[in-house]
Design a protein around this ligand. Structure first.
Ligand code: RAT
Ligand code: ZN
Length: 402
């Protein structure tokens, strides 16, 4: 049955909130991976997005802050950003959204009491996956970090929920050190070892893509070195897409640690060249700077082997998302992957997806209403198909997975 402007809003809302989500890029790990699996309010408060806000809003010395244990860091963030100041930023709002979803009132309660109540409500990744409606997600797995990589020596976690990706930033950031790590594990020390090593890691982890974050300086290395040429050929032979996270400048304030990265430049003409040079390779692309978004969407119309995804990090702000989302729909229809969570603490899945849907809903409603006004029939089946594509199938089809 075709929908009308009267029943469309409810149908769209229900379909959007009941469609299972495939989260294309996170930094999450399964619960059995101790030391890497992060959960709970204190970890939420120690998120580097909030640490950057704390360190810039206060005069707390970064080295002193980082010398504190996790409990003290979290209570400091709470006190400075949620008690002494009004928590209006997107990262602060995220924490409040999670508390609200869990029905945790904060009025007149001490931080310790809020934490206790929180721990009673959330104690496993299962709660979170259910609350956020995420059915599977992609981790970020660094094959040059052997401790982190030890995840793949075990089978005590759900590989259907936690999919892997090969994060190759170390090959860009410190090629010699990465090569050394590879050579330490083999007897022969040739450059081919990198490919052999990637092959070994591929077989061990069954990744859905490889990924690298770059800026214009590193993009040049990337385009020109013989190792990366071999990597492109290897990726193609595996039909493994490469995720490019473009325009980051690491450590612009090194004292902030993980919270100290900023925006770097990127020349998207070179991305276009890359798509032409390697037409059989597939590239998933997201850009960190607002300034690159228009050109990126144009490239998304020109290169079938390029798929735009998500609102990455500094782009993941409601005011920006609304504008860029509409631009993407205007030029690409629904042929892009609208969002990923980038969650580092499992609980963040809850707020990242709620926040995104809050923006997506009115935007989509407007497009569908316009189609109905133009006598284009919109049925429930169309809405469900579109939600499934936006939240899941666009990404999975590009990756070539079920
Ligand atoms: O958004 C983030 O959490 C950043 O710290 C980065 O990790 C970024 O998402 C990345 O994958 O490089
Ligand atoms: Zn990330």
């Amino acid at each position: 049955m075709n929908l009308t402007n009267d029943n469309l809003p409810d149908k769209l809302f229900n379909s959007m909130h009941s469609t299972p989500i495939f989260d294309l890029h996170t930094h999450l790990f399964p619960p059995t991976h101790k030391g890497y699996y992060l959960l709970g309010l204190k970890n939420l408060l120690n998120y580097h997005y909030l640490i950057a806000e704390l360190l810039t809003a206060t005069n707390i010395e970064p080295s002193i802050f980082y010398s504190y244990n996790n409990d003290k860091k979290a209570s400091l963030v709470w006190n400075e950003l949620f008690v002494k100041r009004t928590p209006v930023s997107e990262a602060c709002a995220g924490v409040l959204t999670i508390l609200k979803q869990l029905n945790i009132e904060i009025n007149n309660k001490s931080f310790a009491l809020i934490c206790d109540e929180y721990d009673q409500k959330i104690n496993s990744d299962k709660n979170i996956l259910e609350l956020s409606n995420v059915s599977s997600l992609v981790m970020t797995n660094n094959p040059f970090d052997l401790d982190e990589w030890s995840l793949f020596n075990n089978n005590d976690w759900n590989k259907k929920i936690y999919l892997s990706s090969l994060r190759l930033d170390d090959l860009i950031l410190d090629y010699q050190e990465s090569l050394k790590k590879v050579n330490d594990q083999t007897t022969d020390s040739s450059e081919n070892n990198i490919i052999d090593y990637l092959e070994k890691c591929y077989l061990q982890s069954n990744p859905v893509y490889a990924a690298v974050s770059l800026n214009s300086d590193s993009f040049n290395i990337f385009l020109q070195t013989s190792t990366w040429k071999k990597i492109f050929i290897w990726l193609q032979s595996k039909n493994l897409p490469l995720t490019l996270m473009l325009g980051v400048n690491r450590g612009i304030n090194k004292s902030f640690g993980l919270a100290g990265d900023g925006i770097g430049s990127i020349n998207l003409k070179e991305l276009s060249d890359l798509c032409n040079i390697y037409p059989k390779n597939k590239f998933l692309v997201t850009c960190l700077s607002f300034n690159d978004q228009h050109e990126l969407v144009v490239l998304g119309r020109k290169h079938p082997n390029l798929r735009i995804f998500g609102f990455w990090w500094f782009m993941n702000q409601p005011s920006i998302i609304k504008q860029i989302l509409k631009m993407r729909i205007d030029m690409l229809g629904f042929s892009f992957i609208p969002q990923h969570s980038d969650a580092r603490v499992s609980d963040q899945l809850i707020y990242k997806w709620i926040h995104f849907k809050k923006i997506l809903y009115p935007v989509l409603l407007e497009y569908y209403q316009d189609l109905i006004d133009k006598n284009f029939p919109i049925s429930e089946t169309i809405i469900e198909r579109d939600m499934h594509n936006l939240f899941c199938a666009n990404a999975k089809d590009f990756l070539g997975i079920k």
